[in-house]
Design a protein around this ligand. Sequence first.
Ligand code: NAP
Length: 331
Amino acid sequence: MISLQNLHSFGLPACAKSIEWVNSISQLVALFKADQSTLILGEGTNTIFVDDYLGSVGRVNLLGQEIVEHEKHYSVLAHAGENWHQLVYGLMQKGIHGLENLALIPGSVGAAPVQNIGAYGAEFADFCESVHCYDPDNNEHLILSSDECRFGYRDSVFKHVSANHLIITAVQVRLAKQWQPNLSYQGLNTLSKNVSASDIFNQVVSIRRQKLPDPVEIGNAGSFFKNPVIAKSTYQALLEERPSIPSFVVDEGWLKVPAAWLIEQCGFKGKHWEGIACHHNHPLVLTNLGNGTGQSLLTAAKEIQKTVQHTFGVHLINEVRLVGANGLVEL
Ligand code: NAP
């Protein structure tokens, strides 16, 4: 068995039967030919191994970027193993703007479409032209249009059974030459209308550094739970008991409620379990104090989930991918 501890940012002690670095498409194809059940890993910033994984792991390391200039936009093809933040930064340095609100999101380019990463009023889907994939079941290479990716709030076709077997090999994004700042979000709406893309980039980086623990220093996988989207009727009932509950409109019938607020109200902010903590600044983030185990993490997560359900009647779903001995684990 080979250690996975340094291959996932939560850093729990776990091993896999084998780990292969995938540097080319032909290697990817060969890996699945040898073992159809290979688990694909990017930078491991959204996956937590809660136990030894009994199968093989393929660590995607497909690198490279190609930029094509069109009359009104740039089309950027970035391979799945590139680092997302380095892509955002590198494009900004070249004067290609648009992705700055998505600065410092941890993880690889290949992970971006899966949960349709989003932050500070922008999301991957806003820029996606297509996603290149490998379908190991049929040994086929596919290019999915943005519509075919069926993006939703932290959601896409890649999370659903219809396509969750597809391996993302590259993404193509479209960035308009006529850049417009996106300052709708709290923290950015105090910036002047004449800001540059690098001002927004710096502001987003600064907010994230203040609020979120750096996985290099404290093991974590970012937001542990999704921010729940609840029916307006459920929200109105909650509002009667808790007039201070924050919310953001999603559409006519649905509202988004910050999971961090719900968790904090239940008294978990700063709480410790054996080797696991609910972060003292941002309670949506669970951290590994260095001696955490998969079992204590699951205990902490289930306790939070159960208490929020009991207190507010709202069901929290994990945003991170939890992997146990035989694959995905449900909370
Ligand atoms: P936050 O800013 O405290 O926001 C918490 C919740 O309130 C989120 O659901 C957020 O929606 C919503 N919200 C806040 N201001 C809003 C506005 N002006 N309009 C609409 N909705 C608003 O969240 P945080 O945890 O510190 O994270 C900061 C940003 O990074 C957020 O945008 C969050 O979604 C994002 N993030 C994304 C991922 C990911 O892609 N997997 C992981 C961690 C954090 P939105 O989520 O729509 O912004």
